[in-house]
Design a protein around this ligand. Structure first.
Ligand code: ZN
Length: 201
């Protein structure tokens, strides 16, 4: 008998071609199959173990247009009320998003530190749309529509980028690139306007 597959998978790191190629649409006939359920369960388990707030299929080496996202109270426990407000960060339940189409809503933009499980150990400021709409399918193949602001909108843009072979480093303010330790030590608790002044960006 073969041993059961581990539910938590290694996360592919920057440099791997799978992170730089556009992913393929998930074939409709795959959605809802046991194979598909196993894939999404393993993606969620891998995201939670990291821990992270989103994971796209290419990050586990699967070149399909599919991502999962979730934000939990415990992941924002070290942020002050002001920092949560500034980021627009609120807990939300896990979602599976298949074959998404993303559209920015309005002109408002927000700039914050962002990291990626595939660029382990680093963070940088990235400007993103403040509000987005995402249309796609859920894990049963039913139509899914998400309208989100703040941190969830950022996660959706970041994960959607993964499906097009784009990493946050392609969009970051390059002079803000820092190790997570440095970013925490130097900028934790500071308003982003002050961080930008310090960095000159
Ligand atoms: Zn990422």
């Amino acid at each position: 008998m073969e041993p059961p597959l581990p539910s938590v998978l290694p996360i592919v790191q920057a440099g791997a071609p799978v992170l730089r190629a556009p992913a393929a649409e998930v074939p409709p006939e795959l959605i809802g199959t046991p194979e598909f359920r196993e894939l999404t369960e393993r993606m969620i388990a891998t995201m939670r173990a990291a821990p992270g707030v989103g994971l796209a299929a290419p990050q586990i080496g699967v070149p399909l247009r599919l991502f999962v996202l979730e934000d939990r109270e415990e992941l924002m426990a070290t942020l002050s009320a002001g920092e949560r407000r500034e980021r627009g960060r609120e807990p939300f339940d896990v979602q599976i998003v298949v074959n998404p189409v993303l559209r920015l809503v309005g002109e408002a933009r927000a700039t914050y530190f962002e990291g990626c499980l595939s660029v382990e150990g680093y963070a940088a400021l990235v400007e993103r749309g403040l509000e987005v709409e995402v249309a796609g399918l859920d894990d049963t193949g039913a139509p899914l529509f998400i309208r989100a602001q703040g941190w969830k909108a950022r996660i959706l843009q970041h994960e959607h980028d993964h499906l097009n072979g784009t990493l946050y480093v392609d969009r970051m303010l390059t002079r803000s690139f820092a190790t997570v330790e440095q970013a925490k030590a130097l900028f934790a608790g500071k308003p982003i306007a002050e961080v930008r002044r310090i960095l000159g960006v």
